[in-house]
Design a protein around this ligand. Structure first.
Ligand SMILES: Cc1cc2nc3c(=O)[nH]c(=O)nc-3n(C[C@H](O)[C@H](O)[C@H](O)COP(=O)(O)OP(=O)(O)OC[C@H]3O[C@@H](n4cnc5c(N)ncnc54)[C@H](O)[C@@H]3O)c2cc1C
Ligand code: SF4
Length: 338
């Protein structure tokens, strides 16, 4: 049995004080990932700091015309918020493609960002895993790696980040607001999650004394030409093999601006700004989307069981961009199927 302390943060300053005082403590929000990790013996926090009563559950407009989403806003409330439905349907689609209604009711915005990989070996404490136990080795590289990464891998870890919501947030250029002993700072979404390199135990650049307070969305939600396409083994309640968040701003069939982020393929939501630049000014057609997919996947590498993901990603990118260009997002296609 692992003993741990339990305390409740009275305000954000108290939460920072408590986490800074104990490097082995963890915040708990919805608990849908952390409690599983504790039960499996993967996480062994010395203290759980309950942050669920902090006033971080509001969605407010920002002076710049975007939205500020509190860290504790449940995934369901976020997906069904009128402003998200009308202005950021890409984010809504991504959230609703994840988990189950019950889980989305519990899961928080910040917890979704900080959920840990679904690599089987990470959860199996009888096997080597550099992420769980640095220096022990990676069982997945020569093991069962069907779900694993094809981009940005290292010889130390080939895990993927499992979130759907984060793929849309990456495409939308969100910012993560974090508060620590040094005050509040904003981190561009692309700089928040890390590639594994030689420190796969670190998923993000959040500092040890920091709490996420909010996510900020810029004004442009690409609400007309977008699609979130998630390819998985079952239609619901399964993590992505490959997911694509595509958003376009079109001018008479020509791409004025493109956003393309992939999930299920890397240790972080994968975004390639060179590929987005390549699409800018090009006619929004299948040929250019295929060229973009080839460019994005130029350095992709499989590890045996997951080789199929490279072709799957190529096709998914073309399909998602085509759906976005036609303003027939995958979520609408789902509705028609039902
Ligand atoms: C069966 C199952 C299926 C799922 N399927 C999907 C899926 O298909 N797609 C998908 O995207 N997700 C899926 N999920 C994951 C789910 O979305 C996450 O578990 C959830 O978002 C985590 O949020 P939480 O509030 O419960 O986090 P918690 O479990 O409470 O915390 C997770 C981590 O975040 C930290 N944390 C929480 N809040 C803060 C904060 N404000 N500041 C700093 N640190 C913080 C905690 O310390 C902990 O380390 C699934 C989960 C399960 C159990
Ligand atoms: S891929 Fe990463 S998480 Fe999975 S076994 Fe290897 S080191 Fe561990």
């Amino acid at each position: 049995m692992n003993n741990f302390e339990f305390s409740r943060a009275s305000d954000v300053a108290d939460a920072i004080r408590q986490i800074a005082a104990d490097p082995d403590a963890k915040f708990v929000a919805g608990g849908t990932n952390l409690i599983d990790l504790i039960k499996e013996g993967v996480a062994r926090p010395s203290r759980l700091i309950d942050i669920t009563r902090l006033p971080l559950n509001r969605i407010d407009e920002t002076p710049e015309g975007g939205l500020r989403i509190g860290a504790l806003v449940p995934n369901s409330d976020l997906a069904y918020h009128p402003q998200i439905e009308s202005r950021y349907p890409l984010l809504r689609s991504a959230i609703l493609a994840g988990a189950s209604p019950q889980l989305r009711n519990m899961a928080s915005t910040a917890g979704n960002l900080l959920q840990r990989t679904r690599c089987f070996y990470f959860y199996d404490t009888t096997t080597p895993c550099n992420k769980r136990e640095p220096g022990s080795g990676c069982s997945a590289i020569d093991g069962f790696n069907r779900m694993h990464a094809i981009l940005g891998t290292s010889e130390h870890c080939i895990a993927t980040h499992p979130s759907d919501m984060c793929v849309a947030l990456a495409a939308l250029d969100a910012r993560v607001l974090a508060m620590g002993r040094g005050g509040e700072r904003a981190v561009a979404f692309g700089d928040f999650h890390r590639l594994p390199g030689d420190t796969p135990q670190r998923d993000t650049n959040l500092r040890d004394d920091e709490i996420i307070t909010a996510i900020e969305l810029p004004a442009n939600g690409f609400s007309t030409n977008y699609s979130y396409l998630k390819i998985r083994d079952r239609l619901s309640y399964a993590f992505a093999l490959v997911a694509v968040a595509a958003a376009l701003d079109l001018d008479n069939g020509v791409v004025r601006e493109a956003r393309l982020a992939l999930g299920g393929v890397a240790h972080k939501p994968w975004r390639d700004r060179d590929v987005e630049a390549q699409l800018r000014g090009a006619p929004a057609n299948r040929e250019n989307f295929a060229l973009a997919a080839d460019a994005l996947l130029r350095d992709a590498r499989g590890f045996g069981n997951n080789d199929f993901k490279i072709e799957l990603a190529r096709r998914a990118i073309v399909r998602a961009l085509t759906q976005a260009a036609k303003a027939t997002p995958q979520s609408q296609a789902d509705k028609r199927i039902r």
